[in-house]
Design a protein. Sequence first.
Length: 148
Amino acid sequence: MAESKASEGFSAEERAAMKERAREVKPRRRSGTAKVDGEADVLAKIAEMAEPDRIMAERLHAIVKESAPALSPKTWYGMPAYALDGKIVCFFQPAQKFKTRYSTLGFNDTANLDDGAMWPTAFALKTMTAAEEARIVELVQRAVGSAP
């Protein structure tokens, strides 16, 4: 039975993300102590984005820095991400990266978002109004355990 090329493996976008991740960890593997300027890396990735992803990513970056200063910016699979004690808590996945119809604000298992037996860990973003910004502040603060 012949299979299509699409089902044979990763998409070009997925392969590119994996290569970016390998580049992100390579300096640390080589020297063990290499300092990486996560802020500069995140800002550079954001600057590469086209609108509206860039505008949302810039605003998200400002929100995270302001509402959860304990989080450190760093890239993760070539995307802006924010870590606590070296572990990714949340990340921004631009729509253009995987050719999707919306961007995503995602949270990893290190985020303290537990709410019963089931809760959301990713949120679609098409635009950022004051309402979305307020919700993001609440989620990010809860994720790091600093919600009021």
